[in-house]
Design a protein around this ligand. Structure first.
Ligand code: 5GP
Ligand code: ZN
Length: 113
């Protein structure tokens, strides 16, 4: 198994976990871009959002967003936050395991680079 985030799911590579359930884990990004920068990922491997299954992935995708919003609420990000899913080469994705960035604790600029 070559995937970095699958290794984090399995515990072969350590990460600071902040949430886990049957389907997903959330952990701190190793190079935080904001005071709070978490990655929320499915335990099941998908290369990217583009690699999810239109027929079967809807409940998982909904759950990922629900977990992000639950964590943001628990972290008291009352002034807002940003959720990012870099997808594929043009999207700037560098780790090929679907992940949602949750960034908070500072004002975010727009447009993104
Ligand atoms: P992407 O660029 O694919 O959207 O995001 C990948 C993210 O994974 C980056 O923000 C990067 O800092 C983070 N990352 C890369 N390697 C590791 C690691 O070994 N541990 C953790 N916790 N985060 C990582
Ligand atoms: Zn993986």
């Amino acid at each position: 198994m070559e995937c970095l985030f699958c290794k984090i799911v399995d515990g072969a590579i350590p990460a600071t976990r902040v949430y886990e359930d049957e389907q997903v884990i959330a952990f701190c990004d190793i190079h935080p871009q904001a005071p709070l920068h978490l990655l929320v990922i499915p335990k099941e491997h998908f290369n990217s959002l583009a690699d999810t299954d239109p027929a079967t992935s809807e409940p998982l995708l909904g759950h990922l967003l629900k977990v992000v919003s639950d964590i943001a609420r628990a972290e008291k990000l009352n002034k807002g936050y940003r959720v990012v899913i870099n997808t594929g080469p043009d999207g700037g994705q560098t780790v090929d395991h679907l992940h949602l960035h949750l960034l908070g604790g500072r004002h975010m600029g727009w447009p993104p680079g």
